[in-house]
Design a protein around this ligand. Sequence first.
Ligand SMILES: [Zn+2]
Ligand SMILES: [Zn+2]
Length: 372
Amino acid sequence: MDAPNQCRWLAGASPVNAVWPLVPPLLQDELISSWLVRCALAQGCGPMTLTREVWPDLRFWCTDPDRYLSHAQMVELSRLSGMSADALHASTLIPLYRMMTGNADFPKRIAPWFLCLGIRNRRRSGGLQYCPKCFEQQTPHYLIQDRLAWHTACPVHHVSLLDRCECCHAPLCPQLITPPDETLGRCHRCGYELYIAPTQTASVDAVSFQNATDGLFSGPPRRYGDRRLLLSEWLSLSRWMIGILRTAARERSPCSKSFFLEMGVNVDGLYPPETGLPFEYLAPDERATLLANVWCMLKVGPDRLIEIAQRERTRPSLLLPRSGELPASLAALVTVLRSKRHRSNPRPQADSPRSTKSVLMRWHRLLRKFQR
Ligand SMILES: [Zn+2]
Ligand SMILES: [Zn+2]
């Protein structure tokens, strides 16, 4: 079941001297929320009943359960479950966030590269993914990488990940599974066996980007032109590329088309996401398309990118982020853009009617919320 580039965030762990009668082992790379639901089902109760026993004052499932657990909360869970506090901590997203930002506390707003659950009470609108083939071959469980936005494919089976039930289209909400169900293998809403879902071969370029990014957590920096990029630099460069790809898909122009064509990207094949939501809210296939193109652009390198931008007279509004800051590895692009800066179009008046595109986008966001 192993693959050469499969990442390993957590080795797995077994309980010692647990108070609870039946505690399943924490599986390799398993998320704490996934293990807690399996714990509850093993005791024959719902996840909410279990977490109320551990933390009576905490509405655990109404917040993102993988992002925050205080030391005191971890100690109490460790006492009841017999699982070491270190293993529990390693099964949250906190260690990864610290490696990516140097900070252990997740922000209240979107944390770049971590999928958003879109929580309302205990319901969600997305933010968790799975591989049907892994669910078929192993005890169904969710992995740390199933919450990471650059993960769109299973590195073992090379198929695209899914983020909802293929039968009723409900987002994955394992925290709503209750007895008599004993595993995470079925949709909480319609009971569909998640492993039956048809699979699609993953995009090779999206998988390459995924493997390269995973490799930066434990391996050497990656080369980009003359520079060697650390994880944070790699992520900020990739995020900038996602931004300009989305802008190009939204505002098509012959100028941006020729720029991207030279970069190995066919803009005609790019479509803005129906919801227009930030990257961390998008479905796996939408993210895979963007990341596959990011990989193509990364392969071109900084010198050629700047040369193409200069030759194609690419407009600054496409390449310059709203913050005005370019990734450090492309700082030289500023001089190219400065020479061509022009006044942007005036913003539409606040009381003018919304465009059809904007209304449709709002409609799709509303539909997404109804799926909770
Ligand atoms: Zn798999
Ligand atoms: Zn379903």
